[in-house]
Design a protein around this ligand. Sequence first.
Ligand SMILES: [Zn+2]
Ligand SMILES: [Zn+2]
Length: 221
Amino acid sequence: MIKIKILYDNTSCRKDLTSDWGFSAYIEAGGRHILFDTGSDGHILMGNMRRMQVEPSVIDMVFISHNHFDHIGGLASFLHDNPDVDVYVPESLRGVKRARNIVHVSAPLRISETLFSTGELPGNEQALIIASPEGSVVIVGCSHPGLERIKEAASRNGKIHMILGGLHEFHQYDLLEDVDLVCPTHCTRFIKGIAEHFPEKYIPGGAGRCVTIPYKPDAAL
Ligand SMILES: [Zn+2]
Ligand SMILES: [Zn+2]
């Protein structure tokens, strides 16, 4: 089973969590405990993490999608609490200190049997691909390379089951026809349009949202 908890987002679906412009998610998949991006502010990140009962010390891997403040802002605070992690960053992102192991990713990369990076795409962003029996789960930061390019890169691993994260200005809705589930959040401008086009695929985002694959609506983790 894959578990995803949105820790940091522009909106929140829980009153006890702080919403703020940025994105971060905690993911359990293939035996790894992953922090995907780190939001804008370390204090907010660590606070939301605590309230969502994610213990920083269990995280063994950090995956940074791209070098924008709203995705890397909390990284130093997290590494201060837990430097014992592998940090995967796009090739062009430099200056990360403290971590046990820093991996600069340029070409598509197989991280483990179930985890892959698209590699750094034009737009200086990488997406995380998680293999599952239902198909690939693709986690995106802002989708600056464009969803078409990200989908093309992720499709090398087979059918895409779900896309979760920031989709920026994306509105070419037909690109979602062959995707089973979509959780458009963070910077996604046309969330309403996506939800109206694909009510059966749409999963609302926001800090506090928990999603499992296999998917069950309203999973409590
Ligand atoms: Zn962003
Ligand atoms: Zn961005």
